[in-house]
Design a protein around this ligand. Structure first.
Ligand code: GLN
Length: 306
């Protein structure tokens, strides 16, 4: 007991010593503050003397005002694509969990929720058009303003569209019948491979795998059905859809990470009309906000992890 009291006493003494030191600092801080205040006053005087210079400054670098979102502040010009208050978005709702047709018959999924959140930040309505994946890139800037469709950034596509900052890392997977002997890149040579038309899985199967017999489908799920029916040796498709599709045939199909076959990581981004830097700036600013405020993580949880 005595020991405890001694300890407590020591603690109290240490604390009062610390407070004393703190007091010293506090007075220093006060004088600092006073100094800062006088500097501020000088700045205010400068401002009064040279208003033009300051105005020019404001124009070149707009600062975020209170209540204004980062997306508003960073975007200099407003893109023409947004001028009508509607962002039309092309997707291919055959790619779960990123896009699929929901119970109400409308496109739903991670990408759809993400682009709606982007639209909200930009203060525009989002209208989603469901179309074939292979026609998306050509439709951007004409039939639709932008596209979100688990679309991988590729150099080839960059010749006709611009991409936003990437929002998701992916890789191609190989879906195999249970017990398949395919286990490495060399085993894919000469095989009957199902892919979704015009996708990176298609490019790998058609361009990189020797002697492959590639069947191109508009819907990845149709390729998986043909795999089940024995018409194909494997299906090459993005990781998350591969996991969703294979899980529909548990015990019959397995989905293998394409890294084991030497496939490179890929990045998804929003595809936009080439040269519309105003739109790109606005979409990127909105995306950054969505990542910073926790919305993005919530969407990952809701649509991908669960
Ligand atoms: N990520 C692939 C690509 O961009 C597949 C996208 C998709 O089928 N929706 O080609």
């Amino acid at each position: 007991m005595k020991k405890l009291i001694a300890l407590l006493l020591a603690a109290v003494m240490t604390m009062s010593l610390l407070t004393a030191c703190g007091g010293g600092n506090a007075s220093e801080t006060t004088s600092d503050a006073a100094e800062a205040e006088s500097t501020e006053n000088e700045a205010a005087q400068d401002e009064a003397q040279a208003p033009e210079a300051d105005e020019a400054d404001t124009q070149s670098e707009p600062e975020a005002e209170e209540g204004e979102t980062e997306a508003d502040a960073e975007a200099g010009d407003v893109s023409e694509a947004l001028a009508d208050g509607v962002l039309t978005v092309g997707t291919n709702a055959e790619f779960p969990p990123f896009e699929y047709v929901g119970d109400d018959g409308e496109p739903d999924g991670f990408d759809i929720a993400l682009i709606k959140a982007i639209g909200e930040k930009l203060g525009v309505e989002v209208q989603v058009e469901n179309m074939e994946f292979d026609s998306l890139v050509a439709s951007i800037g004409s039939k639709v303003d932008v596209s979100i469709a688990g679309m991988t950034v590729t150099e080839e596509r960059q010749k006709s569209v611009d991409f936003s900052d990437a929002y998701y890392e992916a890789v191609q997977y190989v879906i195999l019948p249970e017990g398949s002997e395919i286990a490495a890149a060399a085993d894919l040579e000469g095989k009957a491979i199902g892919v979704q038309l015009g996708t990176t899985g298609d490019f790998i199967a058609s361009d990189d795998i020797a002697d492959s017999k590639v069947s191109q489908y508009n819907k990845g799920m149709d390729a998986v059905n043909d795999l089940i029916n024995g018409k194909l040796d494997c299906v090459i498709i993005d990781k998350n859809p591969a996991l969703v599709f294979a899980s529909k045939f548990e015990g019959q199909l397995t989905a293998i990470d394409g890294a084991e076959f030497g496939f490179e990581p890929e990045e998804y981004a929003v595809a936009m009309p080439k040269g519309d830097t105003a739109l790109a700036d606005q979409v990127n600013a909105a995306l950054a906000e969505i990542k910073a405020d926790g919305t993005f993580d919530k969407l990952v949880e809701t649509y991908i992890e669960n």
